[in-house]
Design a protein around this ligand. Sequence first.
Ligand SMILES: *[C@@H]1O[C@H](CO)[C@@H](O)[C@H](O)[C@H]1NC(C)=O
Ligand SMILES: *[C@@H]1O[C@H](CO)[C@@H](O)[C@H](O)[C@H]1NC(C)=O
Ligand SMILES: *[C@@H]1O[C@H](CO)[C@@H](O)[C@H](O)[C@H]1NC(C)=O
Ligand SMILES: *[C@@H]1O[C@H](CO)[C@@H](O)[C@H](O)[C@H]1NC(C)=O
Ligand SMILES: *[C@@H]1O[C@H](CO)[C@@H](O)[C@H](O)[C@H]1NC(C)=O
Ligand SMILES: *[C@@H]1O[C@H](CO)[C@@H](O)[C@H](O)[C@H]1NC(C)=O
Ligand SMILES: *[C@@H]1O[C@H](CO)[C@@H](O)[C@H](O)[C@H]1NC(C)=O
Ligand SMILES: *[C@@H]1O[C@H](CO)[C@@H](O)[C@H](O)[C@H]1NC(C)=O
Length: 337
Amino acid sequence: MRSQILSLAATAATLSQLVSGQTSTTCNPTTNSTCPSDTALGKTITVDFTQGESSEFTAESGTTITYGTSGAEFILTSTGEAQTITTENYIFFGKVEIAMKAAPGTGVVSSCVMESDDLDEIDLEWLGGNTTTVETNYFGKGNTTTYDRAIYEAVDDPQDNFHIYTIDWTSAYVKWYVDGTLVRTLLYADALDGKNFPQTPMKIKMGIWDGGAADESTGTVEWAGGYTDLTNAPFTMYVANITIQDYTTNGTEYTYGDESGDWQSIIISDSTSNDTTSDSTGTTTATSNSTSGSGSSATSSANSSTSSVATFTSGVAALSSSYFLGVVGLGLAVFYL
Ligand SMILES: *[C@@H]1O[C@H](CO)[C@@H](O)[C@H](O)[C@H]1NC(C)=O
Ligand SMILES: *[C@@H]1O[C@H](CO)[C@@H](O)[C@H](O)[C@H]1NC(C)=O
Ligand SMILES: *[C@@H]1O[C@H](CO)[C@@H](O)[C@H](O)[C@H]1NC(C)=O
Ligand SMILES: *[C@@H]1O[C@H](CO)[C@@H](O)[C@H](O)[C@H]1NC(C)=O
Ligand SMILES: *[C@@H]1O[C@H](CO)[C@@H](O)[C@H](O)[C@H]1NC(C)=O
Ligand SMILES: *[C@@H]1O[C@H](CO)[C@@H](O)[C@H](O)[C@H]1NC(C)=O
Ligand SMILES: *[C@@H]1O[C@H](CO)[C@@H](O)[C@H](O)[C@H]1NC(C)=O
Ligand SMILES: *[C@@H]1O[C@H](CO)[C@@H](O)[C@H](O)[C@H]1NC(C)=O
């Protein structure tokens, strides 16, 4: 179970002790050209866990979540345990806002992670023994060879108070916020000229796990703050609600067009099409470069000109800019300028 929430941050710590990593993906599109497409969220959802379970999330096997008046309760009671839920759908750039209270307890890790099939990752993690910070981190293509990406940002007692944490992710930047205050900005160019920049469709995972378990590597235990003392268990992480916005709207599937892992290679399948395999019909391809911050576009080559078309936007840049609609051939194109 542990590996299901084990972030690359923990793996980076682990790697200082082990020769090989522990991260895995069901099918890595940068090494396998026949991976299945990712289903797109394509819209904005708000899940209020105080109202109970949500079909937007799937529990990993072995996971039991309790729902109460404070929201979803991720409870760790015994050694090596992990409780993890994951979205079925992916976002291709977007915003994730989570209202949560981290679990206490040295060694206990609370986690909200965005992760793609080729191991791009954007993290928020809370170490139970540290009552003053949240760890922000990121990885590109599972590259854990340097250990300078994690930045610990100040938070007022995250294990005792609900706070709102936000990740705003575009092709140009990743921004982390705590209670609406920007605490960290990562620019595309600053992530090894984009090579380490997270840029492929992501699902959202959250949960609790035992980073300080006796059978964890020394590196992981050190990162987690020390061995877990279960005499004080259970340790509970509470998630009141989460809002997930897919900046690519109305797409149905995201498909890696090649093995580059570049965001420009991702094919956005149009919701109006019934053909997701051909790239000459029924698909929508993001063709513009929004890393300049001046906007982006999505061009549809779908055969329908009547209904919705996948629209690729780039967060604030797109919202603040003018746009026009045009009909291109048999499809629709939306340009954000
Ligand atoms: C590539 O992915 C497909 C679909 O998941 C799988 O069946 C196949 O075994 C994979 N090939 C390799 C070489 O891993
Ligand atoms: C919490 O983390 C910060 C950043 O790494 C560190 O400076 C501080 O000493 C930590 N606090 C505890 C109690 O470990
Ligand atoms: C991994 O990242 C490090 C620095 O962040 C870089 O030196 C190295 O070239 C990267 N590896 C690959 C395969 O991109
Ligand atoms: C989410 O939970 C926080 C903390 O309880 C609350 O302040 C906020 O109003 C909630 N937001 C939504 C959309 O339910
Ligand atoms: C899509 O195509 C499949 C196979 O050709 C067909 O069974 C299905 O009914 C079609 N769906 C729609 C919504 O047209
Ligand atoms: C995207 O724009 C940036 C900044 O303007 C530029 O450096 C980069 O080469 C462009 N990439 C592509 C694929 O056009
Ligand atoms: C889309 O249009 C092209 C050209 O008109 C046609 O050849 C193709 O069969 C159409 N595809 C579908 C799925 O209707
Ligand atoms: C996307 O879908 C929503 C909901 O169906 C619709 O309101 C919106 O107009 C669509 N956007 C585009 C660009 O088609």
